[in-house]
Design a protein. Sequence first.
Length: 399
Amino acid sequence: MEFFHEPKIDFLGKKWYFLAFSLIFSLAGILSMLFWHGIPEGIDFRGGTLVYVRYTHRPNVNQVRSQLDRVGLHNARIQPLLNSNDLLIDLSLKETSEQELDRGKTQIIQALQTNAPAGQQDLNNASALAIGSYLTEKDPLHLGADAQQRYSQIAQAVTGYRDKQKGGVLSSLDELKGVADPAVLRSLQDGFFLSDFGVYQVEIVGPQVGTQLKKQAALATLYSLAGMLVYLAFRFEWIYGVAAVVTVFHDTLITVGAFSLTNKPISLTVIAAILTLIGYSNNDTIVVFDRIRENLKLMRREKLSDIVNRSINQTLSRTILTAGLTFLTVLALFLFGGEVLHGFSFALVIGILIGTYSSIAIAAPILVAYQDWRTKRSQTPPMVAAGGAARREKAKAKA
């Protein structure tokens, strides 16, 4: 299947437009990383506490931020989750403690509990142990010696219904009518109140783990680039490896810059997406390089720029088909994959677009620029793409 029949687009003739496009987006990302948002690290790398809060209604972010500021939790990141009543509250390491793992959760609950009745506990944020201990003390069913075990089971049923059936937050005690005895509910009503939110998940990463993960992520990216350079230098020529590495660096820079410009945190899943894009962009580049090498054998008398243009046009349909289908897949993941995969899918959406573009607009012009430089320097056109195997065959023929 072909979208185009023998296209004759002068890609190299538009190289200055491509260069301007790349410079604009690269510089925008660099300026954002240096002077604006920096590189927004996720909790995986900088350490800290993530607290997931579910409301009974759509929360007001500004109101939540003022409530956190009131108890001293300044500069907390508050992010509404997609299509839900949930908030993600991100506390930096300075506002948490490794020795007190529940400190972040407790501080947020205290900050968000406005107008809490004196002497009552919050049923939406109470543990099964706290509920069971309260019922054992009050003993509304008059169980006597067997009270502790029985009320522990009732408390587990209440928290299980709250967390599994109601998503972690109850709107009314009437919702528990089928879960607990009416006497138990009356007792709970005396000792507990219902806030309009519930903390249903807490994630904590210490500073040492974050530093180690950051180092490993950087090494993984560098090793992948080095391996790609060695492979392409052996498989083609060293300039092909350099062109591919420059192209992938360009793709990575723009992708990370997009995260900085949009202030989206970079997590381990984003690093996985970037490593995936390195392979994807490299594969696209190799397809173009391989066609250039084939055409060099068939069109030895023609200029390299003409050969490169023809090679790009010959692979254009394949590029659009593969990149287009992949892009539609990751776009669906970005739109419908949920908050957990949002950063991962965002990196893939940006990376696939830039990776496909750079294989045509960055990698190929580097080869032509290198030949032009060599020609001006030596006044003899160098052979750029004979490939490792071809070099060995020529050496044998001379011998």
